[in-house]
Ligand binder design. Structure first.
Ligand code: FES
Ligand SMILES: [Fe+2]
Length: 464
């Protein structure tokens, strides 16, 4: 094959922004940095456009339902959402619906949410039940899924109890997250997750509890929303106020391929408490004050970067102390990176757990019903607990409608204006894609590689 590169130009995907690399910043950390963060795992995955039909076509959505959502491991809830026997939460995705319930024995099960008599949806939302009773005629199952009551039993001699157990989806737990998979032949969750389990063995999300959960309906395809949250390339235009303290184009992007036909995972590490290379170098004190202005206003004017020092360790220590105070947790061992940086992983197909503790976010993106023009974005905040304190029950889901912005969810704190900026783009992308005459979207080789990997893994699920 002819090499069309001009001599002296870097190979595709090899070019990098000027400015300090993430690894050079981690080398200055005041604590031991968890080893997975010291890895670099970028791989060039191609430069072809991604077809726009993927975001718009009802046919593509139907294919996703049949080949992805009915086959893949997916995040349903947190363990602490259903701590007691009989606690349940309904997980809906497209037309699928599962009741995720804690049995009397403490096990977590997922039942398809439909009565075996005439199909009625059995449960909604979340609740406590000692049995699952259909509201229509009263067919009833116990928490183990066995049929226990049929009103006018004499009229159903053809109903055999064994054949009328509630059908189950597979379940698995990782890092405190409960996953479901409707495919009875699916590989176990841990085979599916692969190496990411090693990374998160350092981050211990299973010890956190879900203090906030906001779910918002957004007028765009679920993949449009997801893709807006797995790159930092958009910061310069969408969140210009962050540039004073966020190294947007110095973000490190890593892709990890899956083994044995399983999808891979990926991540980005966006350094904070350093200014963007898009700006002239700022004084460390100005970097600190810009960051505190948005996330720690009481710190402005009270905390000073000593002469000759960088902002990063000073910001990290101040935020570490504040987190210790507000949470009561022992956060002394957390590295500066885990306190200040945005360390966001992606678990195929739709989950983004952040590894750090400073911004303890997890996102999930899924279709809203069967409308390719709408999705649901879930934002969870997983906070650390003081030693020995039992986990409280996970926060109830606060639903925001399609016309509400994140201002209606003040529990998201300083993130509200940032999320609202992201939100303002999303319906515009969906509308613009329809008006666009070009057949596909074009991605950056490095900064948007996570989006490309996602589509490549998605293609493997959708293929014949
Ligand atoms: S539809 Fe459920 S009992 Fe009749
Ligand atoms: Fe954003």
């Amino acid at each position: 094959m002819t090499d069309l590169r001009e001599p002296g130009r870097p190979a595709p995907g090899e070019a990098r922004s000027p400015g300090p690399s993430v690894q050079s910043l981690l080398a200055t950390d005041t604590r031991q940095v968890p080893p997975p963060l010291l890895e670099e795992s970028y791989e060039y995955l191609g430069s072809e456009d991604i077809g726009k039909d993927r975001y718009l076509s009802p046919e593509f959505h139907r294919r996703e339902v049949e080949r992805l959502w009915k086959k893949v491991w997916q995040l349903a809830c947190r363990e602490e959402d259903i701590p007691e026997p009989g606690d349940y939460i309904v997980y809906d995705i497209a037309d699928l619906s599962m009741i995720v319930v804690r049995t009397r024995g403490g096990e977590i099960r997922a039942y398809h949410n439909a009565c075996l008599h005439r199909g009625t949806r059995l449960c909604d939302g979340t609740g406590q039940a000692q049995q699952l009773r259909c509201p229509f005629h009263g067919f009833t199952w116990n928490l183990d899924g066995a049929l226990t009551d049929v009103p006018s039993r004499w009229d159903f001699p053809h109903v055999e109890d064994e054949k009328f157990a509630l059908p189950q989806a597979k379940t698995g737990v990782w890092a405190g997250f409960v996953f479901v998979n409707p495919d009875p032949d699916a590989a176990p969750l841990s085979a599916y997750l692969g190496e990411i389990e090693k990374h998160f063995s350092y981050f211990k999300l299973e010890e956190r509890f879900k203090a906030v959960h906001v779910a918002k309906v957004i007028a765009c395809n679920w993949k449009v929303a997801l893709e807006a949250f797995i790159e930092s390339y958009h910061v310069i235009s969408t969140h210009p106020q962050l540039l004073e303290y966020l190294g947007d184009s110095n973000t490190q992007y890593d892709v990890y391929r899956g083994a044995d036909g399983q999808p891979g995972f990926n991540r980005m590490i966006t350094p904070q408490a350093v200014n963007s290379p898009h700006l002239e170098t700022l004084e460390p004190q100005d970097v600190l004050e810009a960051m505190f202005r948005d996330f720690y206003p009481e710190g402005v004017g009270a905390i000073h970067v000593p002469e000759g020092q960088a902002a990063r360790p000073v910001v990290a220590e101040a935020l570490r102390l504040r987190l210790a105070e507000t949470s009561g947790a022992d956060v002394s061992v957390f590295s500066d990176a885990e306190i200040v940086d945005a360390i966001e992983y992606f678990v195929f197909p739709n989950m983004c757990p952040w590894a750090g503790v400073g911004a303890p976010i997890t996102y999930r993106f899924r279709p809203y019903g069967n409308d390719p023009d709408q999705c649901v974005m879930d934002i969870m905040l997983l906070v650390p607990l003081p030693p020995g304190v039992p986990k409280p029950k996970g926060a109830a889901i606060h639903w925001l409608g399609v016309d509400e912005d994140f201002g209606a969810a003040p529990e998201l704190g300083g993130l509200v204006p940032v999320f609202n900026q992201d939100l303002s783009n999303l319906p515009r992308v969906q509308r613009g894609l329809k008006a666009m005459t070009k057949p596909g979207v074009t991605l950056a080789d490095y900064q948007e590689v996570r989006i490309r990997q996602f589509h490549q893994d998605l293609d493997r699920y959708l293929a014949d």
